[in-house]
Design a protein around this ligand. Structure first.
Ligand SMILES: [Zn+2]
Ligand SMILES: [Zn+2]
Length: 372
């Protein structure tokens, strides 16, 4: 678990030219809040604690260039807290690296700012000593006072969190290691232990829909029938969106594990387009690209009701499967187009249950082993 960015700087030493009592001192004073250590091999090691967001999480970024969206968050103190913890994983692409290597560009800059600030303190201290300045940093020369002071302020990094990103953010606690991580879009892997958390993630997405549906009666009492009807439509919209995103995710992962290149995977995904928003076309696409049976072990009556319910949805405005880094940066809200649809809470609740079973069995076919 990396709650801090370890940063290593070349050791800067200062040797006084006082021939009677030469003194070598380090530019960076040891210990202190950044636990500074000057190592014998000439490096200075500094530990910089990173500011947390309002949920106690810190941003992380995958170093793999082709990874998208690449940005995620973890809660310090959860997950693997015992040392040594030498390898962690990207939740999206499972790129392995040392836990500290997932620092965001902003965090690296922040750590560098802190180092510069510490260096400035060291320079200040050395100059004061050389010039024989008093504890107040001043020295009387002739009739006037002479003083030297360096002051640098470090810039607090802007958080990965901006309001719209928060909307897309999904929190998961890994069943394996207990890490609390937040991702944008769907993710497969626990950052700390590398365990496959995809179905756990899908389940938690569906829990949100189940909760919204459970509140519909209260909302009808409080806000009226139109609001309640809109809530049901939104829940259905979300269900279709999650279903499609999960199907696309597992298809991509299946192709990747089968050894297809990123370009080949993209080409296949381009042909799938919105096939996974509809039960019949989803079954065809899954057979074509994963060679699996999407409705395996699903009762024909369940398949039929899922198909009917899905067909009542609103046009999809965006899906979790296509969110990328650029989207997170430029994200903009989309208005749902209103359209009158008669749909009941019970219908959508039933569809959520059937869809979850379908996704679990599809994942078992598409990605049968949890580790690639
Ligand atoms: Zn990655
Ligand atoms: Zn884990």
């Amino acid at each position: 678990m990396s709650e801090a960015a370890g940063t290593i700087f070349p050791n800067a030493n200062f040797t006084s030219d006082d021939e009677e009592a030469p003194v070598t001192e380090h530019l960076f004073e040891e210990s202190g809040p950044h636990r500074i250590q000057n190592t014998p091999d000439g490096l200075t090691h500094m530990t910089v604690s990173l500011p947390e967001d309002e949920h106690g999480m810190i941003g992380r970024e995958c170093g793999a260039a082709e990874c998208s969206p690449g940005l995620f968050k973890v809660k310090p103190g959860t997950g693997i807290v015992t040392e040594p913890h030498d390898v962690a994983f990207c939740p999206y692409c499972r790129h392995p690296d040392h836990p500290t290597a997932f620092a965001t560009a902003d965090q690296v800059r922040y750590a560098q700012d802190i180092a510069i600030q510490e260096a400035a303190r060291g320079v200040n201290r050395m100059i004061s000593r050389t010039l024989g300045l008093g504890p107040n940093g001043k020295k009387k020369i002739g009739g006037g006072m002479f003083s030297v002071e360096f002051s640098l302020k470090s810039r607090v990094p802007t958080s990965v969190a901006r309001p719209l990103e928060e909307e897309l953010r999904r929190d998961i606690v890994c069943d394996g290691c207990g890490l609390a991580q937040a991702v944008f879009g769907l993710a497969s892997w626990s950052h700390d232990c590398g365990r496959d958390v995809f179905l756990q993630h899908v389940h938690e997405e569906l829990v949100v829909i189940r909760k919204a549906l459970a509140d519909v009666d209260d909302r009808r009492q409080e806000r009226g029938a139109r609001v309640a009807a809109r809530d049901i439509e939104n829940a259905l919209e979300d269900l279709v969106s999650i279903f499609e995103a999960a199907m696309k995710h597992m298809t991509r992962e299946h192709l990747r594990r089968a050894g297809r290149t990123p370009d080949e995977v993209s080409a296949v995904m381009a042909t799938i387009r919105n096939a996974y928003q509809n039960v019949a076309s989803a079954t065809t696409a899954f057979r074509a690209h994963v060679q699996g049976d999407l409705m395996r072990e699903t009762a024909p009556s369940d398949e039929e009701s899922l198909r009917e319910t899905f067909e009542k949805r609103h046009p999809i405005t965006h899906n979790l499967g296509v969110i990328d880094r650029q989207y997170l940066r430029r994200a903009q809200t989309g208005e749902l187009e209103g359209r009158e649809i008669r749909i009941t809470v019970q219908e959508v609740v039933a569809a959520v249950d059937v869809a979850e079973g379908v996704l679990q069995r599809a994942y078992a076919q598409a990605c049968p082993t949890s580790i690639p």
